[in-house]
Ligand binder design. Sequence first.
Ligand code: SAM
Length: 330
Amino acid sequence: MSHLVEDKPLIVDGMGRRFRNLRLSLTAACNYACTYCVPDGKRLQAAAFELEASEMVKAVKLLVSVAGIDKVRITGGEPLLSPKFEEILHGIMDLGLEDVSLTTNGQLLPRHADAIIRSGIRRVNVSLDTLNRDRFREIARSGDLNTVLHGIELMQAGGVAVKINMVPMQGVNDDQIIPLLEYSLARDIELRFIELMNMGHLQASPEYRQEFFSMANILELIAGAYAYTRTDAPFDSTAVRYEIPGQGVFGIIANESEPFCRNCTRLRLSSNGALYGCLSSARSRDIRALLHMPKEEAEAELVQVLRGALADKQSENFQGEVTVMKFIGG
Ligand code: SAM
């Protein structure tokens, strides 16, 4: 089914879903090797034949005009590792979209802080699973906690809003939920807990069930320290949001406990030009060739590609996939 809105074809599925949010993975390379993301502790390398900065910006432009994408999240791998980061950031900021944000592990934030602040981007999500220096290195198998905390301070001092993403794991960092919440509330940061997702090597491992720490577990723990109420969130939000009156808000991205597939508007573009319509499907569609076609031909081809990608979406629950987040962005 397709509708014409403001002379643009909008691609919509039988459940009324369309693509609005693009997660753009700048590189597959990462400077961490988080235990839940890679099995063997080996850091990820860039994918073969990653797109050029100009190709990525062109892809985003085409997706804006054909699919009606109006929100872009720059991610990875680790996006700040990409030598193309600043060029792509500026190229995307120039498109004047409703919302552009960045997801990073924060290790290189101090190095890129000026460029990020100058770009005018308003939001940065920093992934941080613990405030304990040694535990930090056990989970990320790399990096330095204080550098990340310094990066967060620089963002806030530059007027960029910060959210922190934490993946709580039973027996690994569940004792860090309250300290991270205290840290975030004291700094006007929205902390978002991400339920461990059954992806990549976790699919075939007992680790997933052992470490899974549910939304109910998280809320029970927080209830011992704070009174909170559930608040409204935008219909296509991944997070369920809670308010701690007078102190701030936190969110839970409960892939398993409260799946949001029904309202999912996300589309992912990998660093080597493959479009993914669903985080829970390994199916992808290569759009590199399309980026070198004349505009009208490229748009017509992209409509077909996007129809296929939308059909890949699951209807209800996140079932998990061997696809790994690191290649297609969180
Ligand atoms: N390197 C960047 C970062 O650390 O934010 C962007 C990529 S990373 C894959 C994006 C997010 O996915 C991170 O917050 C990470 O914690 C999360 N993530 C990766 N694997 C996950 C899993 N199996 N379950 C839940 N979250 C996961």
